[in-house]
Design a protein around this ligand. Structure first.
Ligand code: ARG
Length: 458
């Protein structure tokens, strides 16, 4: 007999358009694995509590094993008529094992079922993403280590500010991705709670054991209120917010990679396998991967807003609106997963050009602050030192030379406190080496930070 699970209640079927409009099977079938996992845990509990028989449970297990095989081999027939992943699997189970299949849904609703599925799915995705964030950090650590001593200009307002080491610059991104990993782990705590048992919204009249199901499925706790259990999607929003921050960091890094690879800057090259050419300009090699990652950040941000907007007007408890949670969530997971995987690989395909970085650091009076600090150490108040050096820079601009090109005599015109020990201070190496405290850019600190992070990452 054809028809929906609820057709007995209705006098006419829905139109094909409505069927297609309300169906979710073509995107939620990716939950098949976790749906079966959840169903098996539920059935095990039903049997343990003697709500269904041991034979029924055995039949359900057997049927589900076959269904898993059919899905894995692509033989499973997904039917739009059956609306979603849950009903498709339940229907097939019933075809295979008869009444036992019809008993599976005892004490359960698709509302708590789908919430459970998404949490199981997302928990797995978070674990994958945490692993990828770790890979990326390890790849960046290698890059930072190779260039603990390589000097480039640090910028503020995109104007040359002070010399920094490239290792230090890379470590900044490692910090960001470290916070991202922490956020994922924190979000996981709230993902890892079991909605099952809430049934449609109010709980169930059967003597279920929710804690048993939670334990079977590896959840840390059960959701404590049945209405909240079926209608809460905070955990998905939190994940998307954390994902948006990961992408924000990826995007900032991408922006720098693109700038650095521009021939006008020429600080780095990116391995050919991450770049593409032009169909018209034979000379072009474009940094497509970072550009696309920067672009894809927009869609991840969009998914976060989509979920926030999806939830903001919903009364308790479950509403069909919630079916719209899946595509943004899945696309966020896919985008993040692919991006992180590619970036870990690409980090190993970055060639640094230390000469270009050094040449850039020698322009723009990057050591002016060092000269001011020098004067302060000789007793001048900082504001006076700042002014004296500003005059020196001004005169260098007029002469089109660097601070270190001035003779001792010329420098002394700006402050008699200057001695010939100044020339060491004005070198790029002297400048970075002097910032030798936790979080500073000195090569020694960069190496200590790398060592610390390697320990942390195990
Ligand atoms: N496909 C639905 C979803 O994704 C499953 C839950 C449906 N529940 C319902 N009462 N219509 O949310």
């Amino acid at each position: 007999k054809k028809g929906e699970a609820w057709s007995a209640r209705f006098s006419e079927p829905v139109s094909d358009l409505v069927k297609r409009y309300t169906a979710s099977v073509f995107f939620d079938k990716r939950l098949a694995q976790v749906d079966i996992q959840g169903s098996l845990a539920h059935a095990e509990m039903l049997a343990y509590q003697k709500i269904i028989s041991a034979d029924d449970y055995a039949a359900i297990q057997k049927g589900m094993t076959q269904i898993q095989g059919e899905i894995a081999s692509g033989k499973f027939e997904w039917l739009l008529d059956l609306e979603d992943v849950h009903l498709n699997i339940e229907k097939r189970l019933t075809e295979l094992v008869g009444d036992a299949g019809k008993r599976l849904h005892t004490g359960r609703s698709r509302n708590d079922q789908v919430a459970t599925d998404i949490r199981l799915y997302l928990r797995g995705a978070i674990d994958d993403i945490s692993g990828l964030l770790r890979d990326l950090r390890l790849a960046l650590l290698d890059l930072a280590e190779q260039h603990a001593d390589t000097i480039l200009p640090g910028f503020t307002h995109m104007q040359v500010a002070q010399p920094i080491t490239f290792g230090h610059h890379v470590l900044a991104y490692i910090e960001m991705f470290g916070r991202d990993a922490e956020r994922m782990l924190d979000c996981r705590k709230r993902v890892n709670r079991l909605p099952l048992g809430a049934a449609a919204l109010a709980g169930t009249t059967f003597p279920i054991d929710r804690e048993r199901v939670a334990k079977t499925l590896g959840f840390d706790d059960v959701c404590r209120n049945s209405l909240d259990a079926v209608s809460d999607r905070d955990f998905a929003i939190e994940f998307c917010a954390a994902a948006a921050l990961v992408m924000t960091h990826v995007s900032r890094m991408s922006e720098e990679l693109v700038i650095w690879m521009s021939p006008r800057i020429g600080f780095i090259d990116i391995a050919d396998r991450f770049c593409t050419g032009s169909s018209i300009m034979p000379q072009k090699k474009n940094p497509d991967v970072p550009e696309l990652a920067r672009g894809k950040t927009g869609r991840v941000n969009g998914h976060l807003i989509a979920l926030l907007t999806l939830m903001k007007g919903q009364p308790l408890a479950y509403n069909k609106d919630n079916q719209e949670d899946k595509e943004p969530l899945f696309d966020t997971v896919d985008t993040l997963t692919d991006t992180l995987r590619i970036f870990a690989d690409m980090a190993r395909g970055i060639t640094v050009k230390p000469e270009a970085m050094r040449a850039a650091a020698l322009q723009g009076y990057a050591t002016a602050t060092d000269l001011a600090d020098y004067l302060v150490k000789k007793g001048l108040p900082f504001r006076d030192a700042h002014e004296a050096v500003a005059h020196a820079v001004r005169s260098c601009v007029d002469r089109a030379c660097d601070l270190s090109d001035l003779s001792l005599e010329q420098l002394r015109a700006f402050s008699p406190l200057i001695d010939d020990d100044i020339f060491q201070v004005l070198t790029l190496e002297g400048s970075v080496a002097a910032r030798d405290h936790i979080g500073g850019t000195a090569p020694r600190q960069v190496r200590l930070a790398i060592q610390h992070l390697r320990q942390q990452l195990g």
